[in-house]
Design a protein around this ligand. Structure first.
Ligand SMILES: [Zn+2]
Length: 529
């Protein structure tokens, strides 16, 4: 009897399943679940329905339209990058392959005090493009100040401060997640702390955070961390040191002090946090990095005028030489690499010492300073500056209040010589710093890339693997995940990521981006919509 009944039952269940609509869109089996909270991984299966996680259980037997076998690899929440410069590239490459292939499912823009302003037309324009990752914005203090006061070095009047507060308020109503600043850059550098606090108060009252590229990341880095903490404390809002690093050999080791300041602030109740990218080189424009701020006041025409005045040029050059010797230049012109020169792309990737030689000059610091100013006059370049040490990097990474952010962009594959952080930040942490060097655990790394940044900006429905959360997922092999992009050959995608799911749709698998573009615009805590 048994022999007869069993096959009948089996057939019956298949028939019943075939006639049913599946309970789930997707079931991921055979997974090590790293849920984002920092808790140790556990074995389980995850089912999605629509854009959300419908069930997580040791075993899920109900039918699904599609089953993915994770092969014992890790399933983590999709990574959230709080610091990107994606707003130019996202229109050229709406799939943001360089990020999605690392497991990144959410990009935050408007960092360093620079954002579209007003925000709404930008978001409306982006809404017309089908993008792959989710996308949100901060409103930039520098952009706000530029609109009201311009690029000049002076204090704001009370009326101007009111106008700037109105712009921040409008930015928050339009959907910003907080206020960013770039007090290192023009015009942020001309802003007194008290003025930033007045703007931060507006963002804070509306539920936003303050995130800052600090005034100085070299000799005055400790004071700058103090200022960032003060702005959070007096502005009454969470405050974040973005892309925390210590620039210049003479300053190496100061992260012990900056982290102590963060610990002390937290101990007295200031909600201060950090983000970081895992590289010992930074990237910004050559002129911001190697010219004094006073020489940059007023915009490009003013800069060029100053460079034509003999005595002023000599003054600037002296400071440029100092910045090469002691700060971002890393003590040697060869530590300055050109990333992108729109006026002569043959320079992309070259070292400043070599470019100096190419002009028929010995590659001394003074001649390299002259070459840097020549480059600025020609049209400028973005640069990569090798001036950070590994010990500070690892100390900052180990800190519990540090999360991961790339400071990268969405490059056009093969174009220019961008910093490899755009292609490698997240997988470099998982490969080099988790697996190879064991600086932090896998679970902590995932927390720093998912639950922590989500909590920081108030994304309550992303960043953790739980039923009901949005189905943003990254599946990767912890034994092979790694970054391939180097400073010499940056255009290389991450390896070891198997599959990336955004809002329940598979965006990347089998080494290829899919046709799905499931990314959504994300709106902040006071968005009026
Ligand atoms: Zn920055």
């Amino acid at each position: 009897m048994r022999r007869l009944i069993l096959p009948t039952l089996a057939i019956a269940s298949v028939v019943a399943l075939a006639g049913q609509t599946p309970s789930y869109d997707l079931v991921i089996k055979n997974a090590r679940i790293v849920d984002g909270t920092g808790s140790p991984w556990y074995r389980g299966e995850i089912a999605t329905k629509g854009d959300a996680i419908a069930r997580i259980a040791p075993r899920i037997d109900r039918a699904a339209a599609r089953t993915i076998d994770a092969g014992g690899h890790v399933v983590a929440p999709g990574f959230i990058d709080l610091h990107t410069h994606a707003r130019r590239g996202i229109f050229d490459v709406p799939t943001a392959d360089n990020y999605v292939r690392q497991g990144v499912t959410t990009l935050m823009e408007g960092p360093d005090g620079s954002s579209p302003l007003p925000i709404k037309p930008f978001l409306d324009r982006l809404a017309g493009v089908h993008i792959t990752p989710n996308f949100g914005l901060f409103v930039g203090q520098g952009s706000v100040r530029e609109q009201i006061i311009g690029l000049v070095n002076r204090k704001a009047t009370p009326e101007e401060i009111e106008k700037m507060r109105d712009l921040v308020r409008q930015g928050m109503l339009d959907g910003a997640f907080g206020l960013s600043s770039g007090l290192f850059y023009v015009p942020g550098t001309f802003t007194p702390t008290a003025e930033v606090i007045e703007l931060a108060k507006v963002a804070g009252a509306m539920g936003g955070i303050y995130i800052s590229h600090m005034r100085d990341e070299a000799s005055a880095v400790v004071d700058s961390v103090r200022e960032t903490i003060e702005i959070g404390e007096k502005g009454g809002l969470p405050t974040q040191v973005t892309h925390h690093k210590i620039i210049g050999k003479g300053n190496w080791g100061k992260s012990a002090e900056t982290l102590r300041l963060i610990d002390e602030a937290r101990a007295r109740g200031v909600d201060a946090t950090i983000d970081q990218y895992p590289y010992t080189a930074s990237s910004t424009s050559l002129q911001a990095a190697l010219m004094p701020a006073w020489a940059l006041e007023g915009g490009r025409q003013e800069v060029l005028k100053r460079l034509q005045e003999r005595s002023r040029r000599a003054e600037i050059m002296k400071e440029t030489a100092r910045l090469i010797s002691e700060e971002r230049g890393g003590g040697d012109p060869q530590n300055v690499q050109l990333a992108r020169c729109d006026w002569d792309h043959s320079l992309d990737g070259k070292r400043l010492g070599d470019v100096t030689k190419g002009r028929g000059l010995d590659p001394t610091v003074e001649n390299a300073a002259d070459t840097a100013l020549w480059i600025v006059e020609k049209g400028g370049c973005s640069g990569i500056f090798h001036a950070i040490n590994e010990e500070d990097l690892q100390r900052i990474l180990r800190h519990p209040a540090t999360m991961i952010g790339s400071d990268g962009e969405v490059p056009i594959f093969g174009t220019a010589n961008p910093h490899p952080r755009s292609y490698g930040t997240f997988v470099r942490v998982l490969g080099r710093y988790v697996r190879d060097l064991k600086v932090i655990t896998l679970e902590d790394a995932v927390r720093k890339m998912s639950a922590f940044p989500a909590q920081r900006i108030g994304l309550v429905d992303r960043g953790v693997l739980r039923e009901g959360m949005k189905a943003d997922l990254a599946i990767f092999d912890p034994a092979t995940v790694r970054d391939m992009a180097t400073f010499e050959r940056p255009h290389q995608y991450a390896e070891g990521v198997d599959c990336v799911i955004v809002n329940g749709q598979v965006a990347f698998e089998g080494g290829k981006m899919t046709a799905a573009r499931p990314g959504r615009l994300l709106y902040g805590p006071s968005a009026s919509r």
